[in-house]
Structures are given as C-alpha cells and as structure tokens.
Design a protein around this ligand. Structure first.
Ligand code: AVI
Length: 320
C-alpha cells in the first residue's frame, strides 16, 4: 500500500488595504452593511461550532441525520473513484463520515482558514493512509474556480458543499457559484446541503437562541471589524436582531444601535441613530422545486434529493 502525506497549496493572502476599503465602503452605505466573512476569526469559528450544538439550530443535526439515513443511497448514485472536492472543509468532519462510503481516489479539501485545514488533513491522512489528499488554502466565495492543474482529465470531480452555506449567497451570487461549479465538474457533479423554508418560529429561534450564542457570534463581528479596519465599535452599544423576511425567503441578521453613537476609523466616521441597523448576514431558505430549478438553470441534470422526514433540510445530488 502506498502511504501518502497531504499536499498543501496556499493561494489566499488577504490584502489588508483592500479589506479596510471594503469595510469602510460597507459602513458608509445606507443602510450599513458588513460581509459575513468577518464573523470567522478564531473566536467566531468556535462560536459557530457552539451554534451547531444548540437545540434551536436544527440545520447541522438535520443534515447529519440525512447522511446517516441516506449516505449509502448517495454513494450508490455518486459511485466510487471520484475526486471528492470539499468546499469549506473546516475540520473535514462531514467528509470524513462519507469517505468510507464514497471511496474516492482523491480528496481535495478547500478552506480559507489554511492553518486549521492543515491540522485536520494531517489527522485525516493518518486515518486514510492510502488516500491521495490535497489541501487548498483559498477563498472560493467570490469564485469557485480551482487553481489550474488541480484537476486533470483523469479526475471525475464531485464537489461537496454541505451545511447550507449556499444560503449565505444572494440568489445572483448562488447562480454564478453553481454555474462555476458546473463548468468544472464535467463527468461528475455536486452534492450540496440546502436549508428549506419552514415555519417562521422555527427559523427565527434558530438565529436568535435562548442562550444568546448567535447574538455573541453576531456581535463578535464588531471586534473583527475593529481589527480589520481600525474602527472603534463598542459591542455593548449594539443589539442582535434576526428575523425571517418572507418576501425574500431569507433570515436577516442585523446589529441595531442601542443609542445614538458614532463609529470612527482613520479616514472618517459614521453616525448611527438609535435603532439604526448594520446588516451582517442573509441566510436564504429554498424549497425543493426552487433549488432544483436553480441547479437546472446552472446546467446540472438528473437532480435528485434526499430530505429529512420533517422536510426542513435536503441534500441534492446533481450531475454535471
Ligand atoms: C454558515 N451558515 C450556513 C450559517 C447559516 O445558518 O446561515 C451561519 C449562521 N449564522 C447564524 N447562525 C449560523
């Protein structure tokens, strides 16, 4: 048996000047906006992990239950010997559960957080010594294009995008993301987790839990903006807000000013009136027909899905 060691390519280096400009541009808008990518420093990643353990946050455990019930059926559809490309792999836990069923010939794990990924891949390689593993430290949120040379004609690419992360894109961004994946997945396909529309009370509780973990996750973004852009936000002056916008079919998260205040940075400042909001995240909820349609519009075919018994979450498999 050939014993492999994980290879690693790091392409993402954030440019701190561009980052500052982006933050300031968002703060200067009416209403103010910040990119949800600023949730995820080390503390933010831990807070997100804690969210996934909350009784109110159903997506993670519902998706896991679908894998348990239907993992074998998914593997039967997908087939063995693929190149399995895990987008936003994180600690690689979701893929690790599927590897014994899918038996891919290569595993390509992609994540913006390169150090976290490197550690996870070392551990995974220990458990799968014969698997050819490649780690890619890159930010694929703007474009899902893999660096040239990662895929060859010998690969049958199967992209994996679980956790309903697609919900954090606008419909236009989701559409270009799906087109981008389809263009690279010839002969393979996409396995993707999608959160579905459900009663408002269930949705709103999932994003405004009783312990206030999601509130802390949202407020932590202010500390990250201070670090990234030199702003002087005081989280104590802000309140977490989450509600379902039915017309747009999305949960919106905002931070609302508890009092009139002003935020400064090296080249300017912005005043917020009491009750004025900073929009921090959208989490779109689909229906089975609306997401099937989105996949088909992006050029995928033979779309299949496995939904949870309560109809709250679904995994879709679409051939490219
Ligand atoms: C990462 N993403 C799919 C989560 C979601 O449900 O939209 C982020 C999140 N925001 C608040 N809670 C969880």
């Amino acid at each position: 048996m050939t014993r492999h060691t994980p290879h690693f390519i790091q392409t993402h280096r954030s440019d701190s000047h561009d980052e500052r400009e982006d933050v300031v541009a968002g703060l200067s808008r009416m209403p103010a906006q910040a990119s949800p990518k600023h949730f995820y420093d080390r503390l933010g990643s831990h807070l997100f992990d804690a969210i996934t353990e909350l009784p109110e946050y159903y997506p993670t455990r519902t998706e896991a239950a679908i894998f348990t019930a239907h993992g074998q059926a998914m593997a039967d559809e997908i087939g063995h010997g693929s190149t399995f490309i895990d987008l936003g792999a994180g600690n690689c836990a979701k893929a690790a559960r599927l590897l014994p069923l899918l038996m891919p010939s290569r595993y390509v794990a992609v994540d913006i957080s390169a150090d976290y990924l490197r550690d996870a891949l070392r551990k995974l390689q220990g458990e799968h010594p014969a698997l050819d593993i490649l780690g890619l430290g890159l930010d694929f949120s703007r474009s899902p294009a893999l660096p040239e040379g990662v895929l060859s004609a010998a690969d049958r690419p199967v992209f994996f995008y679980p956790g309903s992360s697609i919900g954090n894109f606008t419909p236009a961004e989701a559409s270009s993301f799906l087109h981008g994946i389809r263009a690279q997945a010839s002969g393979g396909g996409l396995l993707i987790g999608v959160d579905l529309v459900k009663p408002r009370e269930v949705l709103e509780a999932a994003y405004d839990d009783a312990l206030g973990v999601t509130a802390a996750f949202n407020l932590n973004l202010l500390r990250n903006l201070n670090r990234a852009a030199g702003t002087d936000f005081d989280p104590r002056q802000w309140r977490h807000l989450a509600f379902f916008n039915q017309r747009e079919s999305r949960i919106e998260m905002h931070l609302e000013a508890r009092e009139a205040l002003s935020v400064s940075w090296s080249t300017g400042s912005r005043r917020f009136e009491r009750g004025e909001k900073l929009h921090t995240e959208n989490s779109y909820k689909y229906t089975v027909p609306s997401f099937t349609h989105a996949l088909e519009r992006a050029g995928f075919r033979s779309v299949k899905h496995w939904a949870s018994a309560d109809g709250w979450f679904a995994l879709f498999w679409a051939r490219a």
